[in-house]
Design a protein around this ligand. Structure first.
Ligand code: PPS
Length: 309
């Protein structure tokens, strides 16, 4: 029996019995892209996913502001009614397409099949693994990108607390793994560049985490426009307050505390960790920073994409 991820029912024997099958497993490559082991089988489910024209996709490399954007979109679609946004945990309102823990958490695509339109879909899949139906149906895609140094730091703390990921090992070697693209969902550079290259010809709103931090109202307004919503300044103000880091950290809908500690152990590191730009300065050594700058320059050469650190 599959049990929902949210609530008491989830804390069942079934999960306890099967946890050695999915805890701390190495990434498994799907067409060359390292994937969370428990999510990697029966990939036809992703290839054959039935998209709908009204679907709104939130696509990101991990740790780039997915949850923040998800809650913003949810509030906007509810015309600023933040009470409605409390109806369920973020991962149930906006399921992650590729997520699956067989026998414990049902596949995201199956949950999505049962939702009414307009559905909002979370995904970390790179362009190479994107279901083709999203392109065929010309779905609206909101892509959020974040500077890779802060992504690496956030991912490191997340790997430490997320039992579905392999142990990250010491920070010393982590930056090199990131540079090599030996991370869940593969290379950061490939991810951000491929969506950037498609944004002219496709229905993509390309957003930056650092811009959202700098001026959340300005950035939320862009999302409203993209979603075809002309909401009042009051609604904008409300959305902004409801989706501030502090509010989302305290909100059980958005802070992932509803997930059992056998999957996310928040005593190791909270999901809502710091929510700032520049925490990399507290982690990178001078030598790591030099190697990383070289990697970044190489990745960005030949594109007009750039990040703020
Ligand atoms: S995931 O697991 O990949 O879906 O994670 P994701 O949501 O993409 O990224 C998590 C990081 O985003 C930060 N966050 C926020 N920052 C600012 N404001 C708000 N409202 C907000 N919500 C989430 C979260 O703290 C993670 O970043 P770090 O640097 O680890 O704090």
């Amino acid at each position: 029996m599959l049990v929902p991820l949210y609530g008491q029912e989830y804390r069942s024997r079934k999960k306890m019995d099967s946890q050695s099958e999915w805890q701390r497993k190495d990434w498994v490559k799907v067409r060359g892209v390292p994937m969370i082991c428990s999510c990697s089988s029966n990939w036809e489910r992703i290839d054959n996913f039935q998209a709908r024209e009204e679907d709104i996709i939130i696509a990101t490399y991990p740790k780039s502001g997915t949850t923040w954007m998800s809650e913003i979109v949810d509030v906007i679609l509810n015309d600023g009614d933040t009470e409605k946004s409390k109806r369920d945990a973020i991962f149930n309102k906006i399921p992650m397409l590729e997520f699956w823990v067989p026998g414990v958490v049902p596949p995201g695509c199956q949950v999505l099949d049962s939702l009414p339109s307009p559905r909002v879909v979370k995904t970390h899949l790179p362009v190479s693994l994107f279901p083709k139906a999203f392109w065929e149906k010309n779905c609206k895609i909101i892509y959020v990108a974040r500077n890779p140094k802060d992504v690496a730091v956030s991912f490191y703390h997340f790997d430490k607390m997320n039992q579905l990921h392999p142990e990250p090992g010491p920070w010393e070697g982590y930056v090199d793994k990131f540079i090599q693209g030996n991370m869940g969902f593969g290379s950061w550079g490939t991810h951000v560049k491929e969506f950037w290259a498609l944004k002219q010809e496709r229905n993509i709103l390309y957003m930056f985490y650092e811009d959202m931090l700098e001026d959340p109202k300005r950035e939320i307004r862009k999302v409203m426009r993209f979603l075809g919503k002309d909401l009042s300044d009051d609604v904008l103000e409300k959305t902004c307050l409801h989706t501030s880091f502090k509010a989302m950290k305290e909100n059980p809908v958005t802070n992932y505390t509803a997930i059992d500690s056998s999957i996310m152990n928040q005593s190791v590191s909270p999901f809502m960790r710091k929510g700032i730009c520049g925490d990399w300065k507290n982690h990178f050594t001078v030598a790591q920073n030099e190697r990383f700058d070289e990697y970044y320059q190489k990745e960005m050469s030949g594109t007009d994409l750039s990040f703020r650190f």
